[in-house]
Write a protein that binds this ligand. Structure first.
Ligand SMILES: C[S@@+](CC[C@H](N)C(=O)[O-])C[C@H]1O[C@@H](n2cnc3c(N)ncnc32)[C@H](O)[C@@H]1O
Length: 309
């Protein structure tokens, strides 16, 4: 595992039980932010808001039994919520051994422990999504290559995450990236260029930043005391979580970072392409079919190999 991924795994191994015990969505196993969009009346709906947007994407695909992949699945709450509301087959991958064990206890889907940038992913996926996980990727280009290899043609990728605005040189941006191990805090144009290299085209982009609750009393209290405590804080996953969370709040309030719901579609295969390596194989088709994850989609093989846990 690369160093960056080790740091992320340790961060979640150490912090997950605290996030579940003290986080607002923790009681439901949710480790992401609440979105108080128009029409959202209670806390539960705010935590499920992005799930409902993902369900709309699944419905739009029109697959009879959608194969759904959660990239950075936490303890499995999002995937189980979706599978309870659509006819689908689910896969969830997390770097954290702690989270993997908790997810496995729920059953209901195939839970995997691994790195979504480089480990094999399930093939022929209809919809893959990552909620607040892409930003941790140690190699964003490898992430898109791997995920694109797992998607079927016209399959979709949804990322709900923080994206950089501007040049990223301000101190709060550095503090956020350091505290939350955000190695892939990138600007949308850079992300879209990498996605396009892996045959993924942006089809939808929505800014959810205005709907985040950024002035909760506990956030304001932390903002007050953290600058005083910071020189004495040890470099532990818990301290990083506090520093990163406080910095992210500043970034979102100042417009240095935006929280967005973004969707890409994998290009359809070129007509008439039958085999990789044959004279008629186009570059784009060969990339979609023959590289990326170790089990290429669209191979015509009905056996669906699962990645190693
Ligand atoms: C903020 S948590 C979000 C968890 C879950 N998506 C949710 O909304 O409750 C980030 C998740 O991303 C996962 N993650 C980060 N980098 C990863 C990687 N390279 N491969 C697999 N999972 C990763 C972490 O293990 C963790 O489960």
């Amino acid at each position: 595992m690369p160093d960056g991924a080790n740091g992320v795994a340790r961060y979640y191994d150490v912090n997950t039980r605290t996030f579940l015990a003290r986080g607002e969505g923790g009681a439901d196993g949710i480790i992401h932010r609440a979105v108080w969009a128009e029409g959202v009346r209670d806390r539960s709906s705010a935590f499920h808001f992005v799930h409902e947007l993902i369900l709309e994407q699944i419905a739009a695909l029109g697959s009879s039994r959608a194969r759904v992949l959660d990239l950075g699945c936490g303890v499995g709450a999002s995937l189980l919520y979706l599978l309870g509301r659509c006819d689908g087959e689910g896969f969830g991958i997390t770097l954290s051994g702690e989270q993997y064990e908790l997810a496995r206890k729920h059953g209901g889907a195939e839970w995997l422990r691994g790195d979504f940038c480089r480990d094999p992913l399930p093939p022929e996926v209809d919809l893959a999504y990552g909620i607040e996980s892409f930003v941790h990727a140690s190699d964003a280009r490898a992430f898109f290559r791997n995920v694109s290899g797992a998607l079927r043609p016209r399959g979709r990728l949804v990322l709900v995450d923080d994206f950089l605005v501007g040049d990223g040189t301000k101190t709060p941006v550095h503090d956020f990236a350091w505290g939350w191990h955000a190695a892939s805090l990138l600007a949308p144009p850079e992300v879209d260029a990498m996605a396009a290299e892996s045959e993924l085209e942006l089809v939808s982009d929505r800014d959810l930043t205005p709907y985040l609750a950024l002035d909760r009393p506990r956030d304001r209290a932390l903002a007050l005391f953290l600058p005083l405590l910071r020189p004495f804080l040890p470099d532990t996953p818990r301290a990083r979580s506090l520093v990163g969370g406080n910095a992210l709040r500043i970034c979102l309030k100042r417009g240095l970072v935006e929280y967005r719901f973004r969707v890409w579609e994998k290009r359809a295969q070129s007509a008439g392409v039958t085999e990789c390596g044959s004279a008629s194989t186009t570059i784009s088709a060969s990339r979609g079919r023959c590289s990326g994850s170790s089990t290429p989609p669209g191979s015509g093989d009905s056996s669906r190999t699962s990645p190693r846990p």
